[in-house]
Structures are given as structure tokens and as C-alpha cells.
Ligand binder design. Sequence first.
Ligand code: FAD
Length: 386
Amino acid sequence: MSNFDVLILGAGAAGLMCAIEAGKRGRRVVLLERAEKIGKKILISGGGRCNFTNLHTQPKHFLSENPHFAKSALARYTPADFIALVEKHGISYHEKTLGQLFCDNSATQIITMLESECRYANVKIVVNANIREVRHDTSFAVSAGETEYRAPVLVVATGGISIPKMGATGFGYDLARQFGLKIVPTRPALVPLVFHPADRKRYSDLAGVSTEIIASAGNSAFREKMLFTHRGLSGPAILQASSYWNEGEALQIDLAPDREATQKIREAGTRTPAVAEKALREFLPQRLAERWLKFHPPKAWTNIALDTFERELHSWTIRPAGTEGYEKAEVTAGGVDTAELSSKTMEARKVPGLFFIGEVVDVTGHLGGFNFQWAWASAAAAGRAL
Ligand SMILES: Cc1cc2nc3c(=O)[nH]c(=O)nc-3n(C[C@H](O)[C@H](O)[C@H](O)COP(=O)(O)OP(=O)(O)OC[C@H]3O[C@@H](n4cnc5c(N)ncnc54)[C@H](O)[C@@H]3O)c2cc1C
């Protein structure tokens, strides 16, 4: 049997940060990771360069049943705090776009940094920890392999269920249920959308074509790139909108943001399909311009018909058949109901000593470094309370 002050399950972004914060405060911390190495999602994040935070982080960049829940933790551990850590370790980084900060070289540097901070804080890390059960009497007991780990505090940082082939499971949700906590139903988020068969026939051979659009779902709109895939739509604008899209609903796409596409057609001496294609090609890739005109041509060359043509360009209504699911989702929306947790410390109100942090909680960030910022911030909130 091994006794500690703090047991943390999951050595991803949140688990590692929580271990560092608690360890720095002199707590004896053990971090149990099921995989053969720590931080596997950090390693593949941001195309291998880890988009580790976003300079413009604000509560409005997060989805949750309770949009106020994340405010306190985000205010107490800011992007500047994480940047200070990155700079202390001499990791060079750059802003790619829209406040998104990436490593210049490799996401491995973020893992090495967190690992060395853990070492400094005397955190014990156990990988290949096959956790069989979690019990709770006067303290928490976790059996992993031959060893039973005990501590008065248990922090659950086991993440969501996206990318199951990397070993993601619903362990954290099961554990929450075991202790009687409510779960907000989970769904894949930041995920490509799949065309309905009719749209798939029309557009799937455009796979690889990309253009700047505004995608709107529910009351949220995102102006970024959209990418056609063999099965549907992806790219940052669609991934962002997917988090707000519900099965069966429509998605609105503005293919010509801030443009009056028909101006050139109206000004032309003769209004012809060739003139229309030339006008569209000023802002759409050629193949998309051609395809749009094939399936959405002006019904006539009158001003009224051109008004309709213009309107349709700005509000292409797509009814996706579904999403690409957890296999392709960058994150899992939903999770442990925030009503069950203290927003100051992430501790379960009903079960003193039990904490949930990171993606397992019903707080989901937009694309662009916000999910890591939530992982760091929620972890720091818990770690500093232990
Ligand atoms: C392809 C991809 C790219 C991404 N890129 C970015 C990006 O650039 N920027 C950004 O902000 N976000 C990005 N994300 C999202 C981000 O990776 C997650 O939001 C973040 O990793 C969540 O941190 P976490 O610590 O809560 O969970 P995780 O990082 O998923 O960590 C959970 C850990 O718990 C372990 N675990 C699971 N079950 C058990 C168990 N039973 N016992 C012990 N250990 C267990 C897992 O193996 C894992 O190591 C990306 C996600 C994906 C899939």
C-alpha cells in the first residue's frame, strides 16, 4: 500500500498541471496514467506543435450548461501565466492567427516542460497504471496492478472520449456516476460534419477545396476557412460551428462574407453564365464557383433574380446527416455537470475530497488553444486548493 496526500487519475494536460501546483505546495502527489506515456494528446495537438493557449481567452469562448462556471478559474490562471512557464523553459513560440500560440518546434517541448516541473515538485508519475477500481471510506483507495494507492484527495483528470483509438474512455464519467454526480449528455464537438447523400453526390468530389466563409449554427457564427472532404465539410469554421450544431438542424453558410457578388454581373453589358462565373471566381476557388453555378444558377438575369442569387450565396443552408463522431472529434462536449462542482476549486459539492478537472467537466472550448487553457486553469484551481 502507498499513501499520498493527493491521487490524480490521468497524466494529460489537466492532470500534469494539477500535480505541479499541488506538488509545489508540498503535497505528496501520485499521478496514475493508464497509457504507456504521459500527455499523448498534447503530443498530437496543433498538428504536432501544440496550440497551448489563446491570447484572447474569455468566458465567451467556452460552451457549458452554465456559461458562468468557467469564469473564476479562467480569471485566476490566465494565458499569461502559462506563457510565463513556457518562457521560463526557453520554449520559443509564435502567434499563428487569432491569438493562437504554437510552439515553434514541437509539442514534445511542452511535455518535457511539464515533466520537469513535476520532477521539481516531487510528483510521482506511474504509467501503464491499470486502474481496476476506486473505493472511498475515510480516504480514497485506487487499485492499480499490485499496488493500492490511498489519499484523502482524488482528482479525476481522465479527459473525454474523443479519439478512442488513442485509448480515450468514459472512465471519468463512470466514476462521477459511481459517486452520484450528474452528467450532462456527451457529444462529439469540434468535429467534421457529414453530408446528406444528395449533397454528398453534388459536392464530395470537391474534397480538398477550401474557402473563407461564415458558418452559423444556433446563435453562433464563425468566420474562418471551410474545407470540403470526401464525406462532408470540415475546416476551422465548420469545426467551430459543429460544437453548436444539433442533430437534424440546419447550418447556414455565407460563401461570400462582406462581398456583393452580383455587383459585377449587374454592371456587365451582357449578363451571362461566363460573367457570373468570373464574378464568383473573385472570391471562390474555381471548382467551387463552377459547382455553385451548376446547382444554384440565377433563375434569370433580372435584378430580382440576381437579388435571390446573392441571398443564396450568403445563406447556403446545409442539413448535415451527422458528424464524423468521436473518432474525429477534437473534444467531447458535455460531461460532469458543473452544478455538482465548486467553480473555485472543482471539488464535488457532495463528496469532499473528490475533484474533476479538464475535459471531463462540462466545459468545452472553441478551437484555437482554448481547450488547453481550460485544462491548465481548472487544474490550477484544484491544485492550489489542495
Ligand atoms: C487531434 C487533437 C488535437 C488537439 N489540438 C489541440 C490544440 O492544439 N489546442 C487545444 O487547446 N486543444 C487541442 N485539443 C484538445 C485537447 O487535447 C484536450 O482538450 C485536452 O488534452 C484535455 O486535457 P485533459 O487533461 O482533460 O484530458 P487528456 O489530455 O485527454 O488526458 C487524459 C489522460 O487520462 C488518461 N486516462 C484515461 N482514462 C484513464 C484511467 N482510467 N486511468 C488512468 N489514466 C486514464 C489518458 O490516457 C490521458 O493521458 C486537441 C485534441 C485532439 C484530439
